[in-house]
Design a binder for this molecule. Structure first.
Ligand SMILES: C[S@@+](CC[C@H](N)C(=O)[O-])C[C@H]1O[C@@H](n2cnc3c(N)ncnc32)[C@H](O)[C@@H]1O
Length: 245
């Protein structure tokens, strides 16, 4: 048993994992999503009339509320399965979907969007600094980048994104990256972005009432949020050391 007291999952390539997860992704109670839904929207604020890109849109959990909020929405993902699920939502025709691997440069001109959001994706991205640089590049100077990320402490405790495959009965983990907080912070600073908000969130009793499956995580830091804007910190704050693991 790992520290989360659950059997280890079979790790598969990230895209394959999400293609297989897509059909049941929205039906599962996900402790991380429950907590994220509490903290992400207030940091995003009003999106009426602005251009927003949802990076790693998945089944559209965060994409469709952007449409409802009055934004012009582009959504990017590399999983056919997840995008196909997103297209079952009534408002999907109002979204411009782009199939793309986020390990490659984004297929958008500089300063294309007022808001660049990415929800629970960066823990799958190796060397996330490169993608964070791309997110900053496509964001307009008066806009911001807003990221929610599974807290790196989860992986150190043996937990990563995973699901129980209904077909095989096997626990499957789309490959995650062993990123540390320093990788995200250094990525932002190297891209010349200012960290305007940074927070870490523990699963709590209130979240557990909406998601009893998450009870075992009460007290664990499971979520991180970062909001980034143009403009650097003072030079003395320009680098954070990775933990010596
Ligand atoms: C945990 S899901 C989150 C989906 C959605 N943002 C949400 O919060 O519900 C992670 C998503 O990131 C996508 N993803 C992971 N790595 C990717 C990559 N390298 N390129 C494109 N999409 C990727 C997956 O296909 C999946 O849809």
């Amino acid at each position: 048993m790992n520290p989360a007291d659950e059997p280890l999952a079979e790790v598969v390539p990230t895209r394959e994992g999400y293609d297989r997860w897509a059909e049941i992704y929205d039906d599962e109670q996900n402790p991380l999503v429950v907590l994220e839904e509490r903290y992400f929207p207030p940091l995003l604020g009003d999106v009426r009339g602005v251009d927003v890109v949802d990076i790693g849109c998945g089944t559209g959990r965060g994409t469709i509320p952007l449409v409802r909020g009055g934004a012009r929405v582009t959504a990017v993902d590399f999983s056919d399965g997840m995008i196909a699920r997103a297209k079952r939502r009534p408002e999907w025709r109002e979204v411009r979907f782009v199939e793309h691997d986020l390990h490659q440069p984004l297929p958008f001109a500089a300063a294309s969007f007022d808001r660049v959001v990415s929800r629970l994706v960066l823990d799958h991205i190796e060397r996330p600094g490169r993608l964070i640089g791309e997110l900053g590049r496509v964001c307009r100077p008066d806009g911001f980048v807003l990221l929610s990320i599974m807290h790196p402490a989860m992986m150190l405790r043996g937990v990563q994104a995973r699901f129980l495959d209904p077909e095989s009965g096997v626990k499957i983990a789309p490959r995650s990256a062993a990123n540390e907080i320093a990788d995200y912070i250094n990525g932002a600073l190297a891209a010349g972005l200012r960290i305007d908000h940074f927070s870490e969130h523990r699963f709590d009793e209130e979240a557990a009432t909406n998601c009893p499956r998450g009870e075992k995580y009460i007290g664990w830091p499971i979520l991180m949020l970062m909001r980034l804007r143009e403009g650097e910190l003072a030079p003395c704050h320009r680098r954070v050391e990775r933990a010596p693991f």
